[in-house]
Structures are given as C-alpha cells and as structure tokens.
Design a protein. Structure first.
Ligand SMILES: *Cc1c(COP(=O)(O)O)cnc(C)c1O
Length: 430
C-alpha cells in the first residue's frame, strides 16, 4: 500500500495548469454546481474545506423541504398518509440508499434522533455490564461527546468512570493508533471489557480503522463492538454488515450534507434484528406498524434497526436527508472514493512540497487508512495561522493545540480548490 501511494504521489504535478486539467478530466466535476458554495463579502467563492464539520447545501434540498411544507399546508394531518411522500413511512424511503451507502442491509439501518442520543440508545442495548465485565474501550482522542457518553454510561450503571474506561492511546511521540496495542489491552483485560466503542474514522487524525479486525478482536474476547461513523458515513467505503460490528451510529450533517443538527443514522447488525429479548428504550415508533395506532396493545417490537425508533421523526429534516441521499445514490460511494483518493493524494503532494520540516501531516499516508481529511500540523503554528487562512478565504477547522483539519470533499471540492488552498498557505508561511 505504501508503494501504491508513493507511486500515486509521484504522478502528480505542481502548477495551476495541472489542477485545471484534472478538474477537466474529473467525471464528477459537474456535481459542484449542484451545491451552494459559500461566498465572501465580495461575492467570491470561498475555498470550503470543512465538509467534515458541516457539509454544504445541495441546491435540490430546498425543493425537497418545500414539498413537505406544501403538503403540510394543504393536507394537515392527512399528510401522514396522503402526502406525496407519506410521512408515516418516510424513514423507510431512506433505508435502501442509507444501506447502500454504509454497506448494510436495509433491515440494519434507520434514520432517527441525533448522533449522541443514538449512541446512548445503542449502549442501552449493547453495553450490558456485569460485576466482572463492565469496562469500555475507546480511543484516547475520541470526539468529546463520545467520551462523555461512555463515561456517563459507566456512571449510570454505578461504575467509576475513570477505572471503567480504558483508553486506546498512541505511543509516545506518535499520533496514530496501533492495532497491536488494542490487542494487548484485550489480552490483558478482555474478560473485564463489556464494550469496545471506537470512532471509525478518528475526527482528529483522520485515521480510518479496520472495522473487521477490531470487531473480530473484540468478539474473540466476548465484548460487544460498536463504531461511531460520524466521520465515515459519506466519506469512506464502510462495509458495516461484513465488518460484523454489533452497532454503528453517524450523523448526516457532515459528509452527508443534510443541514446543521440534522438527524442521525444508526446500524444494528442483522444478527440482533429479531432478538426481542434485547433490553432497549422504546416508544410507539419501535412498535409493530400494524397495531401502532390501536394504542392499547401490549408492546410488540419491530424487527431490525427500526425497532430502536422512539418518536415520529421530523419530516423537514428527513426531506433534507433524502435530497442528499438521492445524490449519493446516483454517484455511488465507489466513484466518490476513487476521486477522493486522488484529490486527497494531490493535496498531500502539494503540502509536502511546502517542506516536511514545516508541515507534518498526522493523517495516515496509506489512502486505505484515511478518508478525504488531512490533519496538518504546522511547525510553531498557533491559531493565528488558521485565522489568516480564514481571512484569505479558506474555510478549514482548527483543533487545539496545533492542528488544521482540511477535507477536500469529492462531491463539491475541485483540484483547483486544493491548489489555491496550498498557495494561500504558502504565502502566509512566507
Ligand atoms: C460530530 C460528531 C459528534 C457530534 O454529536 P451530535 O450528537 O451530532 O452533536 C459526535 N461524535 C463524533 C465522533 C462526531 O464526529
């Protein structure tokens, strides 16, 4: 893999002409026009490299939402059954394209709630601590919300959140996590570990983990295994079903472009689909659709991921997700991935030309171990570098103490975006 990457890197060329040429050759280049690209106060398009934080708005989103607003205006409550896209089964319209996107079966996925909420709902079912087996493993640089969530689960069950939480930590002087170290953790404490919960693509370093390997390892030691795919869904080729993971969650407002605070996706492996004995928090939307409105029936849980829903969902947000998924479905994650590897490789090539003594990329070099995000450490940099980049029209993301995260998103970022970003960085550093 290392050699393949080197080969690719040596294939790139510097200069604006090359960037323009690659855009002209790019079969996905027309998708950029299907997005609203934010502009500066003079009306110039910004270089938006922040799709890992909030994806841009597809131009079709408004029409999808308007459809629901109109149906609501014209039909009122009848819209549940008579809207063009009836609201009662609306989440079902998302199942197939979601499943395709994350490599799952339709019965394994559902769109509901928000991300951290889903993480808790999944843990209500898949974190089942006992007196001797109660610990949770998480990566040391996990997204804060995930860390807070697992800590609070430990406390909720009466365990000490320091003693019960095991951090998978990079070695001294390193940024990336090594599988050998996770293996050691499981060999030494496996019998005490109830759950392995990892950010599938680490939000900070961009490291994309081998789900299958981690799942196999966890299961071998009798642990449940779950992934937070907030930085994976719509970014990398997830193969959730085959990974064997027990559950996964993700948000749809990052790479899935469904708008700020939009709903979350959730995966529950098929092996749990018909298990009615699993403990869970329920509501009327997890109840059998046939008898849901009789209101007096004893609870009868739906099979599959749908059986974890609680409430009737916000249709306006679901409409924005549908707009985005319809686009993803048309492009296909394979094609996106191909462009993503090329575009991110190009970004890496240009950054390396700035001098490896000034710039360090902490994201894995192997294209199969990352998505489109590169996390860049600049020698002696502080937040002022990020501010200058922003002033120069580059929207990126700063993480203390010294990392700039940039994500050239294959759906709407161009080779020229990447070229211009590095040119601006060069100017600022000089
Ligand atoms: C973005 C992100 C979140 C945010 O959680 P919300 O519940 O959507 O606010 C949580 N975890 C990870 C790993 C994230 O990347």
């Amino acid at each position: 893999m290392e050699t393949e990457n080197q080969f690719t890197l040596s294939n790139y060329q510097s200069g604006l002409e090359y960037a323009k040429q690659q855009d002209a050759l790019d079969e996905l280049s027309s998708y950029r026009n299907q997005f609203h690209i934010p502009k500066d106060k003079y009306g110039n398009e910004l270089i938006y490299l922040c799709g890992n934080s909030l994806g841009l708005q597809p131009k079709t989103t408004k029409a999808y939402i308007n459809q629901e607003l109109e149906d609501w205006a014209n039909l009122g409550v009848e819209g549940h059954t008579d809207a063009k896209n009836p609201w009662l089964p609306y989440h079902e319209f998302l199942a197939e394209s979601t499943a395709k996107l994350v490599g799952a079966k339709p019965i394994e996925v559902v769109t509901m709630n928000s991300l951290t909420a889903n993480l808790h709902f999944m843990m209500a079912s898949f974190y089942k601590p006992t007196k001797s087996r109660y610990k949770i493993v998480i990566e040391s640089d996990a997204f804060p919300s995930d860390k807070y969530a697992v800590e609070s689960q430990l406390r909720h069950h009466g365990y000490d959140d320091k003693e019960g939480l095991i951090l998978w930590t990079p070695r001294k002087g390193e940024e990336l996590l090594r599988y050998e170290d996770l293996e050691t953790i499981l060999e030494q404490q496996g019998e005490q570990i109830a759950l392995v919960m990892i950010g599938g693509v680490n939000y900070y370093t961009g490291q994309f983990f081998d789900f299958k390997r981690i799942t196999k390892l966890g299961h071998k030691h009798g642990c449940m295994v779950g992934f937070d795919c907030a930085h994976g869904a719509g970014n990398v080729d997830l193969d959730l079903h085959n990974s064997g993971a027990d559950f996964a969650v993700w948000c749809t407002y990052k790479y899935l472009n469904s708008g700020p605070g939009s709903l979350s996706g959730c995966f529950v492996h098929e092996r749990h689909a018909y298990d009615k004995t699993l403990n869970r928090f329920t509501g009327w939307w997890s109840h059998n659709k046939e008898t849901r409105f009789n209101m007096r029936h004893e609870f009868d849980v739906l099979p599959g991921a749908e059986g974890w829903q609680l409430s009737n969902p916000p249709i306006l947000s679901m409409a924005a997700i549908k707009a985005s998924l319809d686009m993803f479905n048309k492009v296909g994650i394979k094609k996106l991935n191909k462009k993503s590897k090329k575009l991110t490789g190009y970004f890496e090539f240009l950054l390396k030309q700035l001098g490896e003594d000034t710039i360090k990329i902490i994201t894995p070099e192997n294209p199969d171990e990352r998505g489109c995000q590169l996390s860049i450490q600049v020698l002696n940099a502080d937040k002022s570098l990020h501010n200058k980049l922003t002033e120069a029209g580059v929207i990126s993301d700063w993480r203390e103490p010294d990392v700039i995260r940039c994500a050239p998103v294959p759906l709407y970022n161009s080779f020229e975006d990447v070229y211009q970003m590095v040119e601006k960085m060069k100017k600022i550093l000089n």
